[in-house]
Structure formats: C-alpha cells, structure tokens
Design a protein around this ligand. Structure first.
Ligand code: ATP
Length: 255
C-alpha cells in the first residue's frame, strides 16, 4: 500500500454517523483538516468528539458517511492500514511500553514507517529527531515506566511523529503537561503544521485552542454547531451554551 498521494494529505469527513443503541453519538459530521493547518475539535463531555476520532482513526466503523485521506476513501480500512497511509493518533489514555526505554518507545513509531523496507539508519535519524523535538534526548535511555505523566505525553507525541505522519490526530495532547511542557508542545505542533502536516486535535482548554488552532469545529449532541476561525467560534453563544458558559468571551459576536 502506498502513502496517500505525494506531498501532504488532507483529511476529509463527509456525513459521518455512528450510533450506539438508540443514541447517535456522531449525527452527521462534515469536517476538513487541511495540510499545514491546526484544526481543533471542541465541545462538552458526551458531544461525540472521541467517537468521531475513533471513526477517523479506524477503531470504530461509522454507520454512514465517508472518511477520505488525501482523496482516498479509507472508511472501510482498519486502523493499522490507515497508519501505513500516514494517519497517526495519540490517545487520551497514555499508552507506552513501560519496560522499554524512552528512545525504544519512540523507535517503534519510526519503524512503523520503514516496515516494508527496513532502514536502520533512517529509523535512528527519525528517532533522534523526534526525541529532540520534544526535549527528550536526556531521558532517551531511561525506562518509560519510570517517567511522570508530562514526559509520557511528550513521548507519545514523539512516537507518533517519528512515523512522519501526513495527518496527526491528537486527543487532549496537553492533559497532564506543566507550563514549560505545554509551551514545547505548542512550538512542536506549530513546527509540524509549518512543514505541511494536517493536525486535528480534541482539546478542552479554550486558551490553548485559541492559541493553537487555525480553525475550530464545536460539537454538541453529535453535531457540529459552529465552525470557523478560533476567535469567532470561541465567542459564539451556541458554543458557550453547549460548553456550559465556559467559553471565554461568551456572547460576543453571537448570532
Ligand atoms: P468526552 O469529552 O467526555 O470524552 P466526547 O465528546 O468525546 O466526550 P463521546 O465519548 O464520543 O463524547 O460520547 C458521545 C456519546 O456516545 C455519549 O452519549 C456516550 O455515552 C456515547 N458512547 C460513546 N461510546 C460509547 C460506547 N462504546 N457504547 C455506548 N455509548 C457510547
């Protein structure tokens, strides 16, 4: 299977529906995450963000709708096939191999990319680059299981990046990070977008969304209730209502 097109890929979601029993957890969502841009998905608990993410990553099959990666329909492909096509994700629940070193955890991401034609030097280079991007070089030889949450969060990101994804899905990437780590995260994600990666993140912190995102989609009840540039969406009254009034500038510029 070849990567999705040359250059960088766009992730496109058309009319995705996913039901659980009588509930439409995702009730017909259209969304685009373009290359070189950071797109954020916000909304209250139960809005359907995680279910939509699972549909994009391939761990949950939508009941209707399509997911396109660089123009290629991946709706029926399993998660591992999407990873090979350049779609990587990180999880809300951190998942690392605790007995492996920090570097070896990152190496797994790099090896994924070179699975077909193993290239030890390219894997080494990609691993070192990803470690450096998140300031993890000094911890490279340490067991991952002994690291605090903030380091593990960065480690997960480094592992996802080592595979050089075209599209990166991030589920609450700043959860558990301190101020310095969050600043590193912001710089790293910006750098990735500048190099052409399409980033889509679920995030609860409105300040971080405002700082990072080019475009924001706000979900409530399984639907997109607002989308557009971050400042406008964060100030939208519908978003504030859905978010329980937590959005900054609620009501300003509301329809
Ligand atoms: P949070 O911010 O709390 O993670 P969310 O926006 O990610 O919330 P989802 O977790 O996608 O929302 O949940 C959307 C709806 O789908 C909720 O009503 C939830 O109870 C339901 N749901 C999600 N996963 C399942 C499942 N595996 N089985 C049954 N119902 C589910």
């Amino acid at each position: 299977m070849s990567p999705a097109g040359s250059g960088r890929a766009r992730l496109t979601v058309r009319g995705v529906i996913r039901r659980y029993g009588g509930i439409e957890a995702v009730a017909g969502v259209d969304l685009t995450a373009p290359p070189g841009r950071i797109t954020a998905l916000i909304g209250p608990n139960g809005a359907g963000k995680s279910t939509l993410f699972d549909c994009l990553a391939g761990t949950v099959r939508p009941d209707a709708g399509r997911v396109l990666l660089g123009g290629r329909d991946v709706t029926r492909l399993p998660a591992y096939a999407r990873v090979r096509l350049g779609l990587a994700r990180t999880f809300q629940q951190i998942a690392v191999f605790p007995t492996l070193s920090v570097a070896d955890n990152v190496r797994i991401g790099a090896e994924r990319r070179h699975r077909r034609r193993p290239d030890a030097r390219a894997v080494d280079t990609a691993t070192a680059r990803a470690l450096a991007l998140f300031g993890l070089q000094d911890l490279a030889a340490e067991p991952a299981g002994e690291q605090p949450t903030g380091v593990l969060r960065l480690l997960e990101l480094a592992r996802a990046l080592a595979g050089d994804p075209q599209v990166l899905l991030l589920d609450e990437p700043a959860a558990g990070l301190d101020t310095a780590q969050t600043a590193r995260l912001v710089a790293a994600l910006r750098g990735l977008a500048d190099r052409g990666t399409a980033l889509l993140l679920v995030e609860h912190d409105p300040d971080l969304v405002g700082e990072l995102a080019d475009t924001v989609y706000a979900m409530a009840g399984g639907r997109v209730v607002a989308c557009g540039p971050a400042a406008g969406v964060l100030a939208d009254a519908r978003v504030a209502r859905a978010w329980g009034g937590a959005a900054p500038g609620a009501g300003v510029g509301a329809p």
